[in-house]
Write a protein that binds this ligand. Structure first.
Ligand code: C2E
Ligand code: CA
Ligand code: CA
Ligand code: CA
Length: 281
């Protein structure tokens, strides 16, 4: 079988080996960057449509090599996941985000959302790690949201069970759970009813990006918002770039919006001002 498929399989093998090599190189550099304190967390505002207030922020990690342009997470998170470095990196982001957000919560009641990868959720002491970040920062559990992708909750097996147990324990201290990029996975909808989640983040691909079939695109967003509401979940629309998007989402009853229209991810020092009521649209 190996010989028969040789000429088709080989290039793919090579490509795979190339990617693996690239990833382990990236992971090496990333490990050094973490030690050298070259990572930063930026924050993007999340706005409640009811009252047009910034009620929280999403923490988004950046790699800032000295003298170079910042590198976005899409270029290093996959390598961090493949190498396992994501556990240390994720701990660092969580600690930093809780520390930055503690004064924003104390002064403005704001919350912070942190992205958590499947590898982190599979750590046996994940709940302890979150507790430690909360305790060290003084941020209450109720001010923290963990963003996870739907895949980690779906499917039987010990992995999904462990994740569900972790999230259930964290929700007991007020931590909220958001499903990120909702609608882009391949899972069934039944899990929405049965699993420990609070928030649906509607992926930006569902917003109308052209004038083609706006009615069809609108119907899809409406269906997601209605589904979420009937299950008692909060909806957050991602990638809101235009007034038209915001208007549509308001009309459909979406709870919160996030996107370039409301604000780009920015360093903590700039984010502190995002909560001042006079600066909010
Ligand atoms: P995500 O969680 O879906 O985050 C939203 C991404 O969309 C961010 O990209 C954000 O900058 C971008 N975005 C926000 N508003 C708009 C908009 O109006 N239009 C468009 N086109 N894009 C918008 P970013 O910061 O490059 O992050 C990419 C992904 O990397 C994130 O997607 C998340 O999956 C992952 N990520 C970021 N930080 C972390 C982290 O600390 N841990 C883990 N595990 N993953 C992270
Ligand atoms: Ca996210
Ligand atoms: Ca997302
Ligand atoms: Ca995404």
């Amino acid at each position: 079988a190996k010989a028969a498929g040789k000429d088709r399989v080989l290039p793919f093998d090579e490509q795979l080996r190339d990617q693996q090599l690239q990833r382990s190189r990236t992971a090496e550099q990333l490990r050094a960057a973490l030690a050298a304190d070259e990572l930063a967390v930026h924050y993007q505002p999340i706005v409640a449509l009811d009252g047009n207030r910034v009620i929280g922020v999403e923490a988004l990690v950046r790699w800032c090599p000295p003298g170079g342009a910042p590198i976005g997470p899409d270029r290093f998170i996959p390598a961090a996941e493949a190498s396992g470095l994501i556990v240390a990196l994720g701990d660092w982001v969580l600690a930093r985000a809780c520390r930055d957000a503690a004064p924003w919560h104390a002064r403005h009641g704001a919350g912070v959302s942190v992205n958590v990868s499947p590898r982190q959720l599979a750590e046996p002491d994940f709940v302890c790690r979150v507790h430690r970040a909360l305790e060290a920062s003084g941020l209450p559990g109720a001010a923290l949201t963990l963003e996870i992708t739907e895949g980690v909750l779906v499917g039987a097996g010990p992995q999904a069970e462990l994740t569900i147990a972790h999230l259930t324990a964290l929700r007991a201290i007020g931590v909220r759970v958001a499903i990120d990029d909702f609608g882009t996975g391949y899972s069934s909808l039944a899990y929405l009813r049965d699993l420990p989640i609070d928030i649906l983040k509607i992926d930006r691909s569902f917003l109308p990006h052209s004038s083609d079939d706006v009615a069809g695109q609108t119907a899809l967003v409406r269906a997601i918002v209605d589904l979420a509401r009937s299950l008692g979940l909060i909806t957050v629309a991602e990638g809101v770039e235009t007034e038209e998007h915001a208007e549509l989402l308001r009309r459909l009853g979406c709870d919160r919006v996030q996107g370039y229209l409301l604000g780009r991810p920015a360093p903590a020092a700039a984010t502190a001002h995002a909560f001042a009521p006079e600066l909010v649209a």
